[in-house]
Structures are given as structure tokens and as C-alpha cells.
Design a protein around this ligand. Structure first.
Ligand code: ADP
Ligand code: MG
Length: 301
């Protein structure tokens, strides 16, 4: 009867947009205890827009935007593309930068008009050992509380100084809430989220998605190279883990998980590391994989 089951499974999965690369992943999915979602691009749309700009004392907002867009002009990161696009809408032609360098998971740096700058998030601030000046704190708190990602513009050199901050908003996917509720209804104990983004942002998104304190979990400010450690940590607690992600930096975590699920128009590396690939970016597909797993293996026994 096995060949029949397999052909049924394949037909059902193809119709549901589920590409099964590793049959064992489908078998394991029905016993998974925890589902760990990547935040950006998986639970959120990954399409950022600039929602706020603030300058430190003596620096105007246009200058913050102009310099940040120049520093980000050579970066492929979605946050960088959003800043450059926003600057383009307002001012047309952007400024030019040289000596571009990326600090993975932290930010970027480049020289503009003879001066060296960095743009990045909290991990960059920690590395440089600097904090926002008082006059920026109000805006930063408001933005973070709303779940916006805050990036900082910093002049580097002997007088390292923060010049301003920008807020970038990313929408939560409208289907994400339902995707999570469905997994819970199917008996998944723990929903978790992982991101390189700031803790305040991650907590705001988690609250919006109905994460339950004490049961669900948020891994924030995780560097790309450490994402698979979160999977390992959950596994160490005896949980079977499904990881859902789309990015290059999700690949090691997808490979380490009991079930790795690459979502939507994911990067090639993510697809290669996953046991299951969802054709669409709709996170409700993850519940579909679990249903498929239950249906297939019930028939086999
Ligand atoms: P995620 O895990 O959410 O997909 P990344 O690991 O790509 O995020 O980035 C983590 C953090 O590093 C971002 O939230 C941001 O603070 C910072 N960062 C990464 N790339 C850039 C960039 N090009 N410009 C500014 N900040 C960046
Ligand atoms: Mg991502």
C-alpha cells in the first residue's frame, strides 16, 4: 500500500503548494512540539517603509536621510533598499559613497564627502559602545513601541557621534495570526520567533500576533551566524522543532531543525537547506504541512 500512499501524498501536497524534498521531514512534522518562525519576510511582509526620521541636536532630518541613503546605496539589505527608495522619492538622485563595508547582522559603513559613517541597529551601537543622545530618546521609544525597526546614523572617527535615527515599518502578514492559531489548535505547544531585529520590535510584533508569555518565545538581536543556536537550544529542552524561514541567514537553522520549511520566494540557499518548500509566502501553509503529515502517516499504519 505504500506506493499508493505516496502518490496520494504527492498529489495532495502539490495541490496545496507543498513541495516535499525530504519525506522524513513530512513524517516528523506531525510530532513537532515547537514551530520557530523567522520574523522578517516570514511573519512580516519584509517590505519596509521609512516611517520617521529624527536628527540629533544641530542636525536636520534631510541631512540624516541624505547621508543614510548614501551610506546604504551599495547594500542589498531590504532596510537599505527602503531608505534609498525613500530618499529617491523625495530628492531624486542620491549622494555617492565609497569604501563601502557591510557588518553582517549589524549594519553598514561608508565614506561620504570625505567623512566615514555607519548606519545600523542595536548590535552596531553595542559594538561601538555608544548610546542615543537624550533628544532622540523620545522618538526612539515611540517607534520601538510601535514595532518599527530603528536604525542609527553615526559619524565615525576620533569623535564618534550619533547624528540621527530612522524608523522603518514592516507590516505583519495578515494571515500570520491565523497561521499561529491553527498550529496551536493542532497541538503545537510552543510558537517561537527569531530575528536579528531589536528586542523591543520583536516583542511588539509578538504581542500583535498573540504570543503567550511564559509559553511562547522570542529570540531577538540574534546575529545571522547564531540563528541555528536557537534551534539547538529548543532541541536541548527535548522539543522537536520545525523552523520556518526564507533568508540566506536562515539556512543553517533550517538544516538543524527536525523539520526545515522554506517559505515563498525564499532564497536558493534556504530552499536547499529545507526539507519542505512552500510555494507561497502565506505562513498558513505550515499548518497545511502538519495536516498533510497527519493524513499521510495515519494511512500508512
Ligand atoms: P533579520 O534576522 O530580521 O532577517 P538581519 O540579520 O538581516 O535581520 O539584520 C539584523 C539587524 O542588523 C537589522 O535589524 C538591522 O538592525 C541591522 N542591519 C542589517 N543590515 C543592515 C543595513 N544594510 N543597514 C542598516 N542596518 C542593518
Ligand atoms: Mg528573514
Amino acid at each position: 500500500a505504500i506506493p499508493l500512499v505516496i502518490s496520494i501524498t504527492t498529489a495532495v501536497s502539490a495541490k496545496a503548494g507543498i513541495l516535499v524534498k525530504d519525506r522524513l521531514a513530512i513524517e516528523r512534522m506531525r510530532t513537532v512540539d515547537a514551530v520557530l518562525f523567522d520574523k522578517t519576510g516570514t511573519l512580516t511582509k519584509g517590505e519596509h517603509t521609512v516611517a520617521g526620521i529624527a536628527g540629533a541636536e544641530g542636525v536636520d532630518r534631510d541631512e540624516v536621510l541624505h547621508l543614510a541613503a548614501a551610506v546604504e546605496s551599495d547594500s542589498e539589505h531590504p532596510l537599505a533598499r527602503a531608505i534609498v527608495a525613500h530618499h529617491g522619492h523625495a530628492h531624486g538622485e542620491g549622494a555617492h559613497a565609497s569604501d563601502f563595508r557591510s557588518r553582517t547582522g549589524k549594519g553598514v559603513e561608508a565614506t561620504v564627502d570625505g567623512r566615514h559613517y555607519a548606519v545600523g541597529g542595536p548590535a552596531l551601537l553595542r559594538e561601538l559602545g555608544i548610546e542615543p543622545p537624550n533628544e532622540l530618546e523620545g522618538d526612539i521609544d515611540t517607534w520601538s513601541g510601535r514595532g518599527a525597526t530603528v536604525l542609527y546614523l553615526i559619524a565615525l572617527g576620533d569623535k564618534t557621534k550619533m547624528l540621527g535615527a530612522l524608523a522603518l515599518e514592516d507590516e505583519i502578514r495578515p494571515e500570520a495570526r491565523q497561521a499561529i492559531a491553527d498550529l496551536r489548535a493542532q497541538g503545537v505547544q510552543k510558537i517561537a520567533m527569531i530575528t536579528g531585529d531589536a528586542r523591543a520590535v520583536a516583542e511588539a510584533v509578538a504581542a500583535d500576533l498573540g504570543f503567550v508569555e511564559g509559553r511562547d518565545e522570542v529570540f531577538a538581536e540574534v546575529l545571522p551566524a547564531d540563528k541555528d543556536q536557537a534551534v539547538a537550544e529548543l532541541q536541548k529542552r527535548g522539543l522537536r522543532v520545525a523552523m520556518v524561514g526564507d533568508g540566506v541567514n536562515d539556512a543553517p537553522a533550517l538544516a538543524r531543525a527536525d523539520v526545515g520549511i522554506a517559505i515563498g520566494a525564499g532564497t536558493d540557499v534556504a530552499i536547499e537547506s529545507a526539507g519542505v518548500v512552500l510555494a507561497s509566502s502565506d505562513p498558513r501553509g505550515v499548518g497545511g504541512v502538519r495536516r498533510l503529515s497527519k493524513a499521510s502517516y495515519r494511512k500508512m499504519i
